[in-house]
Every structure is written in C-alpha cells, then in structure tokens.
Design a protein around this ligand. Structure first.
Ligand code: DL6
Length: 755
C-alpha cells in the first residue's frame, strides 16, 4: 500500500495545508481515506462461510478502529500530531452507530473484528435499526428515552443489491440490505456486517421527543428500534416480526451465496455454518428448513438433517426472563409456515426424547426457543467456564444428559485493537517498548510479568494511568459537564442497569461512605464513583435505581462536608465511545453481580487489560480472572454461586431479616429519609426501598457487609502505590487469555471448522 501523505491529501482535497485544516474537514478526509483503503481489500472467500446472526452489534465508532485494522493508524496519528491536531477531537465528528444494547452486542462486534483478523470467511447479519435502542437523557434525575437518530450523518453504510421478500401471515414486505466493511488487522482482506432493513421503512414517524410509535404498522416501523418495549401484546408480536424478518433475510442470503459458491444445497453444510447469538435468531432453523423444502425441492427429513449439521447456538444468560418463549399462537400469526414447521420439529424432538422438560412446545402451547436450538443445532456453548458449568449441571441439565457432546465452553473475549491500541495509546506504546509489538497480533502479554518488580516499568505504567485519567477528565468535562479531581481514585461500574448486576448494592455502599465521611473519616484520596448504563424502558426498578444514583450524586455534590472526598457520576447515554474514555482511566473495576447470574461479563476483561484492579464476586469470567492473577491481585467477596443456588432452591432467602440488622437498616432507610426523599421522586425512592427491604431478589443485602469491608480494603491498598501498580501489571500480563482472537480460534477449531 502507498504511504500516506496527509499534507498532500489536504492540499488536493481542500487546497489548504494540513495545519490550517479544521477538525471537521480532517474527519472527512480520514473517512474518505479509510473508505478507499477498505474498498481495495477483497472479501475473505473460503468455501465455507460463517453467518453470525445477532439482534445486536454494538460496533462503536469505526474510524480509528478501521485505521488500526488497515495498518494506517500510527502513520496518520503521527502526521496529525505533527500538524498540531488531536485525533480524539477529530473523532468527535463521527456519530456512534446505535445498533446494540450491552455485552451481547459488544461481544458480537469484537467477534467480527477477530473473525476478519484471523482471515476467516464470515459475516455478521442483523438489522439496521433507525433509532437504535434509544438515546438516554436525564431529566429531573430520571432516565428519559428518546430516539437515537444516528443514521442521518453516518458515513459507513454501503448499499448492497440483495433484496428479498419476507412473507408474514397476512402480508409481505421487501427488504433492502446495507453493509459495513470489517477489515482484519494485519490482513489485506475483509468481511462485512450485513444489516437488513425494510424497503418501505418510514422513519419520519417518530417525533424527536418520544420513542412511542404504532407497533401495528409493521411495514413502516419494523426496523425503527432494537428491542421495542415488549410489555404488551403488540410489543411482543413486533419482536417476533423483527426476528422472523432478520432470519428470513439471513437464510435467503446464505442460500444464495452458497449456491454462488457452488453448493447444490444437499451439501449446504459444507458451505455455511450459522452461529445463533442468544435465542433471537432461533427461527433461522425452521426458516432454512422451509426454504430448502418449499423453494428448493429438498425432502423435509433431509432438510432437517442438513440444518441440524450447520446451526450452532450460544447461550448468554440463565435469567429466565431473557430465555425467550413465545406463544405458538403468536408465531402462527407472524408466520403460519414457520409455526407449522416448529410443530413438526417438536414432534420429532418428542419422538426422540419423551421428557416434558426438554419439549420445544410445552403443555401451554408455549414455544421454548432455546430448546429448539439445542435439539436442532449441533453445538451449544456458554460464555465462561462457570456459566457453562451451570448450564450443564442445572439450568440445561436434562439436555446435557441427552447431548453431552454438543456442550462446550467458549469464554468470551475482547479485541485488543479497540480496547488498548485505540482506547489507551499510552499503554499500547509502553507495552511495545517493554515486551515488543507481537502482543498486537498474538494477544500474548505474559512477558510483562517479568517486569513486575521493575521500578522503572511500574512508574511508567503509573504514568499511563495518569494520561488516561487526563483524557477521561477532559471527556467528562466536555461531554458530561462534570469536573473530576485529578487525584481521585476512579471506581467504575459500567453495564446495563439490572438488579442482578447490583448497581443498587454500590448505591448502598455510597450511602455508607457518605455517612462515614460525615462522621469525620475522610479518605486520603478523593473517590469518584462512576456509573454508566441504560435501563430498559419497561423495567421500573432499574429506572428507580438510576434515580437513586442520580439523586445521591446531587445530594453529595451539595454537601460541602463530603463533596471534596466523594463524588458520584452517572454518565448520560453511556456507549462505546464513553467506555473507551472511562475504562482506561479506572483504578477499580466493579464486577459485583450476584454469583451465578452474570454469564461472563466483558467489561471485567477490558478493565483488567487496562490495569484496573477487580473488585468482584466469583461470578462469570471473574472466576477465570481470579484464577489467572491469584488471590493477592484481585479483591473477591460475597456468597458463592453454589450458596446462591441453594438459597433459591430452598426459598430461604430472607431480605427482611437482613434489613433488620442495624448497620444495614441505616443504609436502606437512608433512601426514604424525608430530607433525601424531598430532593427526589418519592414514589420511585419508596418503591426501591420497599423492594430491597421486602424482596431483594438478587440478594444485595446478603453481600453488602462483606462488600463494604472489601471495598475499604481496596481503598486502603491504593495508598501503597508501588504495590498497587505491581498488581495492575500482573493483571495486564494475564489479560492475554481474554483476547477475542483466542475465543474466535476456539469457535473455529471446535465449532465452525472454516478453512
Ligand atoms: O456473552 C456476552 C454477554 C455476557 O458477557 C453477559 O454476562 C451477559 O449478561 C450478556 N447477555 C445478554 C443476554 N441477555 N440477557 N440478560 O445480554 O452477554
């Protein structure tokens, strides 16, 4: 590839010097450069192709990431710096795509990056949501959801000629397709993210201030939002329409492309493999069978056999609410043909395994989507060792007894290109200096451990944290209007707001700390506790938790006795860009879910990689992090997953009894103390208080005392910076395991078998 000369490009495109060019025009120049480079990369074109179908892809901004993958980032950055420009400021002109929600979608995005980087032939397939999940606003210390209008200004979508008809029960729609290029790091080839949309979509329907729309107008509104509110019947139906639209398009595309590459369809499994990311794409199974039989003349039994050998399923949660079950009648309304095939598949499964626990359709005529995946896929995997063990031993045990060979674990991973190279350039260049540049392609950071007692390296590592904090503080000041002290300990919990993740437990700690400081115990360093995350619009308690955090933030900021020592920040509209600023700056990574409930977590990996110390329960991938770094380099607390499972099984968890312990009652009742309540929304605070006191389904009160003690130990340890930085270094040195390149190699070696 020719070398890049930005000075020349600036002259050619705008007739001015690079020094004189404003950030917006530099942004346009870089977008064009990346598009041109990417256009010259041929597609990976192996015989067998992976279709990674997912309801969400939380891809984040792409300019810097693509420059890294195309191998031009360092060159561009150096030239811009020499001309007095800051790439972070230039990146602000890019609009972040709104195509995902949380860890599931971000994982899918990391996977696409790694699939391309390993030179594997595989595309992501999903939907082009016009307003994404939603944009989060804070009004009166409460979450307000508004449409995230990201599509107007984006520069990344490329039109594709493919268009299909999708037949629903009583009408049909036509699709259109757009692609996003996914170049591989160190490769000259690329893959794509394929996003289907309605040809007839009407995105002028939603007024800027509301996410409400007519859920019955499918042919206009189907692709407006990711996860539309499913608290009513229409919303649930809309989700099924979306899912069927997604997989029908994916299946038609897959068959077309396989035929183009030489398949006679009897051998389709030699040409394509499908990864079903959680249950949302499950209907791809009956849809492929429908297409093979009705459109391509293959016998039903053979079609079932073909599909059974080409479909694999990843489970991302054991939470019952997230394991999809749809009434058969709803599936019949959306697609009678698909419902008929599901009934036949259920008969086959029942003939093979006469056990109601593994039925696809239960006695209430409810269809269990995960059951279809397991019976009619060839592989099922969990996303961390503990999670997979829970699936095998308890949640999906009857299936494990039938199909032990189908089960495997694939611990999640993250792409180091985005999460170090792009997000933490100071750390990336320190790593280059100390252990050489191989880590960028191998992910192997283990050599860093040789420098655990090297004072110079530890000091330089501390300096990278100072630099990352400066970038984060600038972001917080400009984007969030918050000033963070330069010497603050940065303590972060960023993830979807959910009771099982226990943001409410961190809120109770904040109350404890507030009272402790009021009692005169001033911390040596100020502590800034940062939250980020969205709550599903129909999830009332999660919204109440946001309200508590925001009300606490304001209450503490207004208390001159405490404000200099404790600060609470909730990032508005937390997204990938915010994550890239905050995670490198963190000292403490909060991974405090109720043990057994977090399937894996991936922010835990990003924090570790960036040298934060983990404060955690032994849940999800935290268990693997703890094993790798050793007890002395991590802070664990709380009930074990076995204890928690036992409490649920016995039904003996008693929130009320724990609440009555004086130390705990003080914290919980702070939420409804009249002065505090008067500054917030009394209904929300009272409801949350009563829920914690009377139910506490995710057992925050079980672990709160040990959590407070452990956190105080973490804060005390921070004061010994030499030992702290040594621990940080050991964490980074052990993070290589969590490269998504490793995860994808395992998927390929053990499931996909792409060339
Ligand atoms: O596997 C990616 C990610 C895990 O890291 C998280 O632990 C898990 O919560 C998330 N799962 C989901 C699915 N729905 N729910 N709940 O987002 O997947």
């Amino acid at each position: 590839m020719p070398q890049i000369n930005l000075t020349e490009l600036a002259e050619q495109s705008f007739g001015t010097s690079l020094e004189q060019l404003d950030d917006r025009r530099i942004y346009k120049l870089l977008v064009k450069l990346v598009q041109e480079r990417s256009a010259t990369c041929p597609l990976n074109n192996g015989k067998k192709k992976l279709y990674y179908i997912s309801a969400e892809f939380l891809i984040g901004k792409l300019l810097i990431n693509n420059m890294i993958d195309l191998g031009i980032y360092d060159e561009v950055k150096d030239q811009l710096t020499a001309a007095g420009h800051d790439l972070n400021k230039i990146e602000e002109f890019e609009v972040e795509p709104s195509l995902g929600n949380g860890g599931l979608g971000r994982l899918a995005a990391c996977f696409l990056d790694s699939i391309a980087t390993l030179g594997l032939t595989g595309d992501g397939v999903g939907l082009n949501y016009h307003y994404g999940l939603f944009r989060q606003r804070f009004v009166d210390n409460q979450q307000k959801a508004v449409p995230d209008e990201w599509l107007g200004e984006q520069d990344i979508l490329v039109d594709d000629d493919h268009s299909y008809t999708v037949e629903f029960g009583d009408f049909a729609v036509t699709s259109k397709l757009v692609n996003i290029d996914v170049p591989g790091y160190g490769q000259s080839t690329k893959n794509r993210l394929r996003l289907f949309d309605l040809a007839s979509v009407d995105d002028g329907l939603v007024p800027g201030s509301s996410i409400d729309f007519d859920k019955t107008e499918i042919a206009k509104n189907l692709t407006l939002f990711l996860y539309p509110d499913d608290s009513d019947e229409q919303g649930r139906l809309l989700r099924i329409y979306q899912e069927y639209f997604m997989v029908s398009n994916a299946a038609q595309l897959l068959i077309d492309e396989a035929v183009e590459r030489g398949s006679n369809l009897h051998d389709l499994a030699d040409y394509a493999v499908v990864q079903i990311n959680d249950t949302h794409p499950t209907m791809v199974i009956p849809e492929l069978i429908r297409l093979l039989t009705t459109e391509h003349g293959i016998e039903f039994d053979e079609a079932v056999t073909i599909v059974r050998s080409m479909v694999a399923y990843t489970n991302h949660t054991i939470l019952a609410e997230a394991l999809e079950k749809w009434p058969l009648a709803s599936l019949q309304k959306v697609s009678p043909a698909i419902a008929d095939i599901i009934v036949k598949l259920d008969e086959i499964a029942k003939a093979e395994h006469d056990d109601p626990r593994v039925a696809i359709i239960d006695k209430h005529d409810t269809v269990h989507m995960a059951h279809m995946d397991i019976h009619f896929g060839f592989s099922i995997n969990g996303v961390a060792a503990l999670h997979t063990k829970i699936l095998e031993d308890t949640e999906l045990h009857p299936f494990y007894e039938i199909y032990p060979e189908k089960f495997s674990n694939k611990t999640n991973g993250i792409t180091f290109r985005r999460w170090v190279h792009g997000a933490n350039p100071a750390l990336a260049s320190l790593l280059d200096d100390v252990i050489g540049t191989d880590w960028r392609s191998t992910g192997d950071l283990s050599k860093l451990a040789n420098f655990a007692d090297d004072k110079d390296v530890l000091e330089r590592l501390a300096a990278t944290k100072v630099e990352a904090k400066a970038i984060m503080r600038q972001f917080m000041a400009l984007e969030q209007g918050v000033t963070i002290p330069s010497n603050a300990i940065i303590d972060v919990q960023v993830k979807r707001i959910h009771e099982y993740k226990r943001q409410q437990m961190l809120a109770l700690y904040i109350i404890w700390k507030y009272l402790d400081i009021k009692n005169g115990n001033r911390p040596k360093h100020p502590v800034t506790i940062i939250f980020g995350g969205k709550a599903a619009p129909a999830y009332t308690i999660a919204q109440d938790i946001i309200h508590l955090i925001l009300t606490l933030s304001q209450w503490i900021a207004n208390d001159p006795d405490v404000a200099p020592y404790l600060q609470v920040v909730m990032i508005e509209n937390y997204n990938v860009t915010a994550a890239e600023r905050v995670i490198p700056a963190a000292d403490i990574s909060e991974q405090i879910s109720l043990a057994s409930k977090e399937a894996s977590g991936t922010s835990n990996m990003k924090f570790m990689l960036n040298g934060a110390l983990t404060l955690c329960t032994l849940d999800g991938a935290n268990v693997e992090i703890a094993e790798l770094v050793g007890d002395e380099n991590i802070y664990t607390f709380g009930a074990s997953s076995k204890q928690v499972e036992q409490l649920y099984a016995d039904g003996t968890y008693n929130a009320g009894a724990l609440y009555r312990k004086p130390g705990i009652k003080l914290l919980v009742d702070f939420i409804t103390n009249p002065a505090f309540m008067a500054t917030g929304n009394a209904e929300r605070l009272q409801r949350l208080h009563d829920d914690i006191k009377g139910k506490d389904w995710f057992m925050a009160l079980l672990d709160i005392e040990e959590y407070i003690q452990t956190k105080e130990r973490v804060l005390a340890d921070y004061e010994d910076q030499d030992t702290w930085m040594r621990k940080a270094l050991i964490n980074i040195a052990n993070a290589g395991t969590f490269s998504s390149d490793r995860t994808i190699s395992q998927y390929n070696d053990e499931i996909w078998h792409l060339n």
